[in-house]
Design a protein around this ligand. Structure first.
Ligand code: PLP
Length: 441
């Protein structure tokens, strides 16, 4: 790091880091200038854009990525959790090759889709029936409309700062393109307020959709009391409780629902579930999902050309049964959680106002004097400090998400973990006075 950070303002430190970043990455700048000709603002995924321009990656191997300028990074973005298996898992590669060799677009049911469905059901018994789709966004859209059809109601309770997909985003900003459902909003982890909101519209409430760890809102774990209260209130009102475990399902063999023993009515999955290939899953109680049975009186139709794409189905099956087995999922979550707690404890011991929230392999860096238990606990300056942290990590050849998220993937080695650990503590040492000053304003 620069060695002068402590004396600068946050804005000056950020500007200086950005300048070093721009000088270090001329190839990515040129790639960005080319991309601008095709994409508005040079980006086809908003989450990947940051100023002055994002890095362009050209190759991945295990837990490393190489950019167009030839720098090698330890990848702690892990494709926002979809990259659980890293970039070159041989088992998944073999499954995809087998799929390519045996046919990928067959327009028929296949044994592969049933095998993957059985593997998912074995891990998530609350998904008595399920259906595949193409993404986490689609899985959540389908779960919501399924709940609306089942209950005959229209309102959907969502939590502020939650992200359930490109058209289901509830953070400040970015809501212009949300699907126009009849939303009711509440604050995450606020039990009394949420119970009151549910009771105020119980008769019209079709569903409550919640991520058991508020991911994009800062990897804030839902408390058992909060998630338990949602279960109880949905029982009372007849609303469908949807757990979006698109990301959190990796936090143990059976996701957070398995860990807490809270059984949702519906669950959505995505990201890593297709072995790193595009897939989404929605499913749940058999009486709710039976609406899709073509033999029913008024069956819901749900088609999708790529729902059972052979590459995704075969990669997903190999991933769940040979790589990320239930035992591996448990062991991995425990090992990652130990690391998170150890870094967080060292930050506390240094008395630097930085916190590493999250659970298992899903982490976020925040800047705060006090624990982060809800989005409202995150100080506004934390975001800017997070951007500086992001820049400094990139300058250290460590890839973290621009919003301060860190996702651990299976191939991360002990040495790579030590590198991350060391870089976080170095950042804390260098910028401690500046962070303390910024938080005190
Ligand atoms: C919790 C959660 N749900 C849903 C989604 C949407 O998944 P996808 O990007 O596959 O559409 C995401 C994506 O980040 C997510 O984090």
């Amino acid at each position: 790091m620069s060695g002068v950070g402590a004396n600068l303002s946050v804005d000056a430190a950020f500007a200086a880091a950005r300048e070093r970043y721009a000088r270090r990455n001329p190839g990515s700048r040129v790639a960005y200038e080319n991309a601008v000709k095709a994409f508005p603002g040079g980006s086809t995924r908003s989450v990947l854009y940051f100023d002055p321009f994002p890095l362009t990656m050209v190759r991945g191997i295990e837990a490393e990525l190489q950019d167009i300028d030839g720098h090698t990074y330890v990848d702690f973005v892990g494709e926002y959790s979809a990259g659980l298996f890293g970039h070159s898992d041989p088992v998944i590669k073999a499954a995809v090759i087998e799929a390519l060799e045996t046919g990928t677009v067959m327009a028929s049911p296949t044994p592969a889709e049933v095998r993957l469905a059985e593997a998912v059901k074995a891990r998530f018994p609350s998904m008595e029936y399920l259906r595949f789709c193409n993404s986490g966004t689609e899985a959540n859209l389908m779960a919501i409309v399924t709940a609306m059809a089942f209950t005959g109601r229209r309102k959907i309770l969502v939590f502020r700062e939650a992200y359930h997909g490109g058209v289901l985003a509830f953070a400040t900003g970015g809501k212009q393109i949300n699907v126009p459902f009849d939303y009711v909003l509440a604050d995450y982890n606020q039990v009394d307020e949420t119970v009151a909101v549910i009771r105020s519209c119980a008769a019209d409430l079709a569903a409550v959709i919640v991520e058991p760890i508020l991911g994009a809102g800062g990897n804030i774990p839902g408390t058992p009391e909060f998630l338990g209260a949602l279960r109880a209130e949905c029982n009372r009102s007849g609303a469908v409780l949807i757990f979006d475990e698109v990301k959190t399902s990796r936090c143990g063999a059976g996701g957070i629902q398995g860990m807490l023993g809270i059984v949702p009515d519906m669950t959505t999955l995505g990201k890593y579930i297709g072995g790193g290939l595009p897939t989404g899953v929605f499913g749940g109680r058999s009486d709710i999902m039976a609406q899709f049975d073509p033999h029913g009186a008024h069956p819901i139709k749900h088609s999708g050309t790529f729902n059972n794409n052979q590459c995704s189905m075969m990669a997903g099956y190999a991933a769940l049964t040979k790589v990320f087995t239930p035992a591996k999922a448990e062991e991995f979550a425990r090992a990652c959680e130990r690391e998170r707690q150890s870094i967080d404890a060292e930050l506390s011991a240094k008395d630097v106002p930085m916190r590493l929230t999250g659970q298992g392999s899903l982490w976020t860096i925040h800047f705060s004097d006090y624990p982060i238990r809800a989005p409202k606990d995150i100080p506004p300056i934390s975001k800017k400090l997070g951007q500086l942290f992001h820049m400094e990590m990139l300058l250290h050849s460590i890839l973290v998400a621009a919003r301060g998220d860190i996702f651990i993937s299976l191939p991360v080695t002990k040495e790579q973990m030590r590198k991350l650990h060391g870089a976080i503590l170095l950042f804390a040492d260098e910028y401690r006075p500046m962070i303390a000053r910024a938080l005190s304003v």
